[in-house]
Design a protein around this ligand. Structure first.
Ligand SMILES: [Zn+2]
Length: 328
């Protein structure tokens, strides 16, 4: 058992005030109207308790200050109105998380973890002997907690949950672009529908899954208030795909296509060319040309077979992933 827990409580506001929804006046529509979604505004802030396990007081204090700022930011961006307290424990090494009460059971490579339902978070200063970016980890795990609350505790598809956390924590950037570019050149995108229950174990495919999820959510942000509206609709009982259509105008399988289309071949070549030599870039061009020709042939075959009934591409891609996963 670890000793001497240094704790501090940041009381950010009264936790017992009720939350309210903006009322919508009843109207008699002359023509069909799009239903109006109201984003609830909270009148309270959750208390954030930050515990530092055997760590210097100033480190825990600075971490707690970060947590307060991040909670404020995430509540606005998710529309979360849950006022229950959040408990965050900072540990020297993630291997210490198993000795906390209650203990965490985590893989050795984890840098942090969140139990969204109980609003508990653990973050390691180091994991597997390497110093971690603890603020970034905290941001990501806090995002999971807020997403869960904002969605009323509903289960979101894993790709959506991780994509939201990645975008809200500011993690979807140049690293994801490189991964997406390589997937574009090799034509090996994963279907989002296959990432509903979990992510692949292999680091390359897992990295691609995170990058695609992040790209999908980043594209959604072109729609005003898409994230809080989406989560609000799910909290009100809408199935995820219905909520996606209403908040973003697109269903999961359409976001799948949008993610692929968002990485043009030229952008992919440019992104990979930055880190490869000219020979490798040349190989990329050859692969790309053969890939384009193969896809044109396949499209022609599909057009020949087309009976005018639209097919959801995710169903086809899902089979491909299931086969691939059976060997991992
Ligand atoms: Zn995550």
């Amino acid at each position: 058992m670890l000793s001497s827990l240094l704790w501090m409580v940041l009381s950010l506001g009264a936790a017992d005030a009720p939350s309210v929804s903006s009322p919508v006046s009843p109207v008699t529509p002359v023509t069909p109207v799009t239903p109006v979604t109201t984003v609830t505004t909270a009148l309270c802030l959750p208390a954030v308790q930050v515990l530092g396990s055997g760590l210097p007081g100033d480190m825990v204090e600075s971490f707690a200050a970060d947590a307060a700022v991040l909670v404020d930011d995430l509540r606005i961006r998710t529309g979360d109105v849950d006022c229950r307290p959040i408990t965050i424990t900072l540990v020297r090494s993630m291997s210490d998380a198993g000795e906390l009460e209650p203990p965490w059971r985590l893989p050795t490579w984890a840098a942090g973890a969140a139990q969204s339902a109980t609003r508990r978070i653990v973050v390691g200063v180091s994991a597997e002997g390497r110093v971690q970016d603890r603020r970034r980890t905290l941001h990501h795990e806090l995002a999971h907690v807020m997403i869960h609350s904002a969605a009323g505790g509903a289960d979101l598809p894993r790709w959506l949950d991780e994509g939201l956390a990645r975008v809200l924590a500011g993690e979807h950037g140049i690293d994801d672009l490189r991964v997406l570019a390589q997937a574009r050149l090799a034509d090996r995108f994963l279907p989002l529908a296959a990432l509903e229950k979990g992510f692949p174990d292999g680091s390359a495919d897992a990295g691609l899954a995170y990058a695609q999820a992040g790209r999908a959510v980043s594209l959604m942000q072109d729609h005003e208030d898409a994230i809080p509206r989406l989560l609000h609709l799910v909290r009100d009982g809408s199935p995820v795909d219905d909520a996606l259509r209403q908040a973003t105008g697109r269903a999961t399988w359409q976001w799948d296509l949008d993610v692929r289309r968002s990485v043009s071949m030229w952008a992919a070549l440019a992104a990979t060319g930055v880190e490869t030599d000219a020979a490798m870039a040349g190989c990329g061009v050859v692969v790309a040309i053969f890939g384009v020709k193969a896809r044109r042939r396949q499209r022609r075959r599909m057009l020949d077979m087309d009976d005018g009934v639209p097919i959801r591409p995710a169903a086809v891609a899902l089979t491909r992933w299931t086969v691939a996963c059976s060997t991992c």
